[in-house]
Design a protein. Structure first.
Length: 347
């Protein structure tokens, strides 16, 4: 892909150029350009060398070169685990609303809990030379970490809070969510409490909530009891969990914490069809506070994440870093947010 005019000042001057790749691969810049545009016209041996150079240098082709340069500087990329998931909707909307007020536009990509897909999205976004980049959580591939570190633009991590990390953090502790849900059930008198993990591979934040559950159970000298559904869809996975945990003859769970409200909702519906009384025979707690959670019968006790606030504050932190608004000391203290336990009928 042709490099931008070297006479024009290029933002993020620390980024590798197509010429750097050519030197590393010991080929001409035209060959590297052809590699991106017409790979079939480059020999197998040269493709291997160029690919190795790209990986070594963390090279990202500049997609705003040439006629698209006018879009430079007014785009912010965001990568989330699941665009269709209701849990992220308020974050996306509030983030976009704040950006729009200041003349920026949001580009959105979904990784669907795949670190490899997230890496691909980050690489693609950086090719468009965005003003800033927002990613979800703290778990990324090594290559993604290197790309973020060398991007020379503001980077914000949302939906988690790990202040030891270099990127700005706006979110909450998933571990503490696990502690919060488990402590609530123990306080209600439940002792045989199970945790149902997300059947979707790659949901590392749900594993952090599980770890909080395990630690709290052990703190109270109680035995942790985890269940990992094998069903592909959330509704099938929730049914599978309730069948396995609440309908055994010898040992049944008195209460179940689900990784998200989709799983918990399907467990409630499946439990009703099986004649299970909730919470009398089994209490249910979810995570996310989806719109359907309050409409279930029994309505779902769940933990509500600060989704809207995450989007608003993340956008403000981006705008601060870009010099669009003054740095607010009060805003910095708000980076660590709290989740709210919503007590309803299921527990």
């Amino acid at each position: 892909m042709p490099e931008e005019n070297t006479g024009r000042k290029r933002r993020g001057s620390g980024r590798a150029t197509i010429h750097d790749v050519a030197r590393e691969a010991q080929v001409g810049s035209i060959t590297v350009s052809r590699y991106f545009k017409q790979a079939d016209r480059v020999s197998d041996a040269l493709r291997v060398r160029i690919a190795a150079a790209i990986k070594k240098l963390n090279y990202v082709p500049n997609l705003v070169a040439g006629g698209l340069a006018s879009t430079h500087g007014r785009i912010v990329g965001m990568v989330i685990p699941n665009i269709s998931g209701p849990i992220f909707a308020n974050t996306i909307q509030s983030f976009s609303d704040v950006l729009t007020l200041h003349g920026y536009q949001l580009l959105l990509a979904s990784s669907y809990f795949s670190s490899a897909q997230e890496e691909n999205a980050i690489r693609t976004f950086l090719g468009w030379s965005p003003s800033a980049l927002v990613v979800t959580g703290q778990y990324h591939t090594k290559a993604s970490e290197q790309l973020l570190a060398s991007a020379n633009i503001p980077v914000v991590e949302t939906w988690d809070y790990q202040p030891r990390r270099k990127p700005v953090q706006v979110g909450f502790s998933h571990y503490q969510v696990g502690v919060q849900a488990t402590s609530y059930l123990i306080g209600k008198g439940y002792r045989r409490i199970a945790f149902v993990q997300n059947s979707v591979a790659g949901d590392e934040s749900a594993l952090d909530r599980r770890d909080g559950y395990v630690a709290t159970m052990r703190e109270h000298q109680l035995e942790p009891w985890m269940f990992l559904p094998t069903a592909a869809t959330p509704f099938d996975a929730g049914k599978q969990a309730i069948d396995a945990l609440a309908k055994r003859e010898k040992k049944t769970a008195q209460a179940i914490i689900f990784a998200n409200d989709n799983l918990a909702a399907s467990a409630i519906l499946a439990g009703q069809r099986a004649g299970l009384k909730m919470p009398e025979e089994c209490a249910i707690v979810g995570f996310g506070d989806y719109a359907l959670s309050s409409m279930l019968l029994p309505s779902l006790t769940t933990i509500r994440p600060p989704a809207k606030e995450i989007g608003e504050i993340a956008a403000m932190r981006v705008l601060e870093a870009l010099g669009e608004i003054p740095l607010g000391k009060r805003l910095q203290r708000l980076n660590l947010l709290e989740c709210e336990l919503i007590e309803r009928e299921s527990a």
